[in-house]
Design a protein around this ligand. Structure first.
Ligand code: PLP
Length: 417
């Protein structure tokens, strides 16, 4: 019997149940993944015992000689992962989460009340890009850009016009639900034209960028932030990068402005994640992520679903469900019954409220880690279609659930959980 089971059987039991759920259900949530057991070991290690406010070599606590080395490893590996032959950059591996990484950049680049311009949540952006319910829309003056109503893609001319009109201090590029390539060069020109700092939030696409399957913002963006737990497949956490000349501003914004002691166990996990992401197999994984997303979008189209922006060039896409007479919310619960986890999602200019939505977001990173290839992904979309068509028929949904579990048995998560 392990210690957790002995001391806290309730939490032990809930973790077992969650592991079982993860094993038996198919996860299509675009922002989730299964991190490697080596990462889990680092995150579950005694590094959690250590306080290390400050940065390597300059801490406010004694006994930091080993955690300094851990943090330096994480920084160096991260630098190698995103390295660019022409541009140097600084890496901060301390942000606790993507939101904190973004807050730190905002503090580094702006004063409260300054104008920040980001993609609207309703169009696929993130809360931290200027939503009125978030610090970014409360502390700063938000200006939001949308996607083009016809193409549902970013319209760089319209974004430039908006920037000229509002003269933001910081422009944010990046999204949580956008399926096309983001042109960081164009964003950097837009920012330069209006004298703004440029932040590329690559939380979703960091793994693709690391594998060189999506253009990198390094060299174009003043700041780059990312979570480490999505396509990067690391521990829950984040990183913030910047041009060398902004290092002091950024580091000060992360600590002491935004955060106190860094989570050294998570930084250990990030170091392991970056080591794994530097292996060739990670590039192969990301290629499969792209192929799996693409084939799923194609099969949906064959089955007469509309895909927002016409398809995908990354790890995710949004399915417009209106022609199937089901809301995103209903589809999410329907698929849950069938053993498939997805997140509902607004479509651009959605007639439904954000709690209901007209779409679902489908992502391939987790199933690809699991081992799914093209044929499995095709099968998966047929299951989804069958479930959506039979959303009123619980018996049918439970029958699909059995088939989903069979597919899961083919790719057990034993290695990962
Ligand atoms: N930025 C983007 C683009 C995201 O998609 C997310 C999370 O979904 C975040 C930032 C925030 O990350 P966290 O949930 O770790 O605060």
């Amino acid at each position: 019997m392990n210690e957790l089971e002995k001391i806290d059987p309730l939490i032990f039991d809930l973790i077992q149940k969650e592991a079982d759920r993860q094993n038996k259900e198919i996860n299509l949530i675009a922002s989730e993944n299964y991190t490697h057991p080596a990462v889990l070991e680092a995150v579950g290690s005694i590094l959690t015992n250590k306080y290390a406010e400050g940065y390597p070599g300059k801490r406010y606590y004694g006994g930091c000689e080993y955690v300094d080395l851990v943090e330096i490893q994480a920084q160096e590996r991260c630098k190698k992962l995103f390295e660019h032959e022409n541009y140097d950059f600084h890496v901060n591996v301390q942000p606790h989460a993507g939101s904190q990484a973004n807050m730190s950049v905002y503090f580094a680049a702006m004063k409260p009340g300054d104008v920040v311009m980001g993609m609207s949540l309703a169009a696929g952006g993130h809360l931290t890009h200027g939503h009125s319910a978030n610090f970014s829309g409360i502390v700063y003056k938000p200006v939001q850009y949308f996607v083009d109503p016809l193409t549902e893609e970013l319209n760089y001319d319209a974004i430039n016009d908006l920037a000229q009109q509002h003269k933001p201090k910081l422009i944010v590029a990046g999204a949580s639900a956008y399926s096309k390539i983001i042109d960081f060069k164009k964003f950097s020109e837009i920012a330069k034209n209006c004298g703004a700092y440029f932040l590329a939030d690559i939380a979703h696409i960091a793994g693709l960028i690391a594998a060189k399957l999506h253009p990198s913002p390094i060299g174009y963006a003043d700041f780059v932030t990312s979570t480490t737990h999505k396509t990067l497949r690391g521990p829950r956490g984040a990183i913030a990068l910047c041009k060398p000349e902004l290092k002091e501003q950024l580091d000060k914004a992360v600590f002491p402005i935004m955060q106190g002691g860094p989570l050294m166990h998570v930084i250990g996990g990030k170091a392991v994640c970056f080591k794994l992401a530097l292996e060739n197999s990670f590039v192969e994984y990301q290629k499969q992520v792209l192929e799996n997303a693409k084939i799923m979008a194609e099969i949906f189209k064959e089955l007469d679903y509309r895909i927002v922006a016409g398809g995908t060039e990354n790890h995710l896409f949004i399915v417009d469900l209106r022609s199937k007479n089901i809301t995103g919310r209903k589809a999410e619960t329907t698929l849950q019954t069938a053993g498939i986890t997805v997140s509902r999602s607004c479509i651009p200019y959605d007639p439904e409220k954000p709690w209901i939505t007209s779409g679902i977001r489908i992502g391939s990173p987790a199933v690809t880690t699991r081992g799914f290839k093209i044929e499995d992904c095709k099968q998966l979309v047929y299951f989804i279609d069958e479930a959506i068509k039979n959303h009123e028929n619980e018996q049918k949904l439970l029958a699909i659930r059995s088939k989903v579990q069979e597919l899961c048995t083919k790719y057990p998560l034993d290695k990962w959980l």
